[in-house]
Design a binder for this molecule. Structure first.
Ligand SMILES: Nc1ncnc2c1ncn2[C@@H]1O[C@H](COP(=O)(O)OP(=O)(O)OP(=O)(O)O)[C@@H](O)[C@H]1O
Ligand SMILES: [Mg+2]
Length: 386
């Protein structure tokens, strides 16, 4: 498994070799990797008229180095997910100029004129009217198209097989869907959360509910997911007066339960709300779960008449959407919990002057979402918990 690991100075030559840049103008390159996993470079012409982004997966976790090996095939999963989204929602992802499977490198649109949603929220800005609606719509468009409603059975079986992603799914199964509820060296938390962390580990009912969500994650091959749909995987901004929303980084993509994508987004929205409450900057945070759900549901219902298998009737659609709603709440709860007492925490909370009150509120909310998900049947019921 040896391939060419690209350094900043290699990028101009690489882009030319691959046919992405045919003129001889100087190409300036800077590395902007700020995630944990991969390297990202931005290449631009001296006059600023042309630019591209290059993302390469290394055979290890970038921030850990070779001591934490990780298959670079995650870049294949990312390219595959982008290819599926490009068919149904091309305006909600970066334009993809090419994928080089030999070197696990993706060449795409430079989005540096946009801003990562989490960064913007952490600075106290609101979501704005379109962010959650576009995100909910994207989940509906991708999940409908890659479900048995939108795709012929044989083609879908091939997609399921091609999208199996054991290494990245195992990360989620461990880090999100079990470790926070047991003693594990990965877990850490603020010392003033000792009591809640211990309560959560001792809570048998909570553990059984998480086991149920974990098993659904492992077995429910409903549709192709983004797999890591948090506010750090969304860029927003203005282009020519229009609000732009771009979802990126689908390297955790696999065929799983649709509620996992919505739930991750909801968890991050709810945590951003706790941050804003703590800082006195609350604005539209409380609307985002409802807005994304409404957009998801109405887009899914809009697509329903185009389904390829009409044995699935309208009453089944209602049942399916109800199940997605319930599972989304559960996954939202698990994502909140793991971001506070598990392995990887959120800057939304860690950068607060006193993260404890907001973290306690969020943890308790997370537990309620997990254990009471069956009885919480509307966005208003979720608001009532707050
Ligand atoms: N197409 C792009 N245009 C501009 N900037 C980008 C682009 N893609 C990524 N970036 C920048 O690089 C950062 C890391 O990208 P990305 O999240 O895809 O990498 P990652 O290593 O998979 O991250 P993570 O560890 O969160 O999974 C982004 O937060 C963003 O700042
Ligand atoms: Mg990533």
């Amino acid at each position: 498994m040896s391939y060419r690991i690209l350094e900043t100075d290699d990028i101009p030559g690489y882009l030319r070799e691959r046919g992405h840049w045919d003129d001889a103008t100087d190409i300036g390159v800077r590395e902007v990797s700020d995630g944990n996993m991969n390297r990202v470079f931005l290449a631009s012409s001296a006059d600023g008229t042309r630019s591209l982004a290059v993302k390469q997966a290394l055979p290890w976790v970038r921030v850990a180095g070779p001591s934490w090996p990780m298959s670079p095939d995650r870049a294949d999963a990312e390219a595959r997910a982008y290819a599926q989204v490009a068919k149904v929602a091309p305006d909600k992802i970066p334009a993809i100029h090419g994928y080089d499977p030999e070197n696990h490198a993706l060449v795409m649109e430079d989005m540096s004129d946009l801003e990562v949603l989490r960064t913007r929220l952490n600075e106290g800005e609101p979501y704005g009217p379109h962010t959650s609606a576009r995100t909910g719509e994207l989940v509906a468009q991708l999940s409908f198209a890659t479900s048995d409603f939108g795709m012929e059975s044989a083609e879908r079986k091939a997609l399921i097989a091609a999208s199996v992603s054991p290494e990245l799914c195992k990360i989620t199964e461990d880090v999100v869907l079990s470790e926070p509820y047991i003693e594990h060296e990965h877990n850490h938390w603020h010392e003033q959360l000792d009591d809640l962390a211990a309560d959560f580990r001792a809570d048998a009912r909570l553990r059984t509910e998480v086991a149920d969500l974990r098993h659904t994650f492992m077995t429910s091959a409903q549709a192709l997911l983004h797999g890591d749909l948090h506010t750090g995987s969304i860029m927003v901004g203005e282009r020519e007066g229009a609000h732009v929303v771009r979802v990126f980084d689908p390297e955790f993509s696999f065929v799983g339960p649709v509620g996992y994508d919505l739930g991750l987004y909801w968890a991050n929205a709810l945590v951003s709300e706790e941050r804003a409450r703590a800082l006195g900057t609350l604005s539209d945070h409380g609307d985002q779960l409802r807005l994304s759900w409404e957009a998801f549901e109405s887009e899914f219902r809009r697509l329903w008449p185009t389904r390829v298998d009409t044995f699935f009737d309208d009453a089944y659609l209602d049942r399916f959407l109800r199940r997605v709603w319930t599972e989304s709440l559960g996954y939202a709860g698990t994502e909140i919990v793991r971001r506070i007492i598990g392995f990887a925490h959120l800057t939304d909370l860690t950068t607060l002057p006193d993260p404890v009150p907001a973290s306690r509120r969020a943890l308790l909310l997370g537990r309620e979402l997990i254990v009471r998900r069956e009885e919480l049947s509307t966005p208003e019921h979720v608001r009532a918990l707050l």
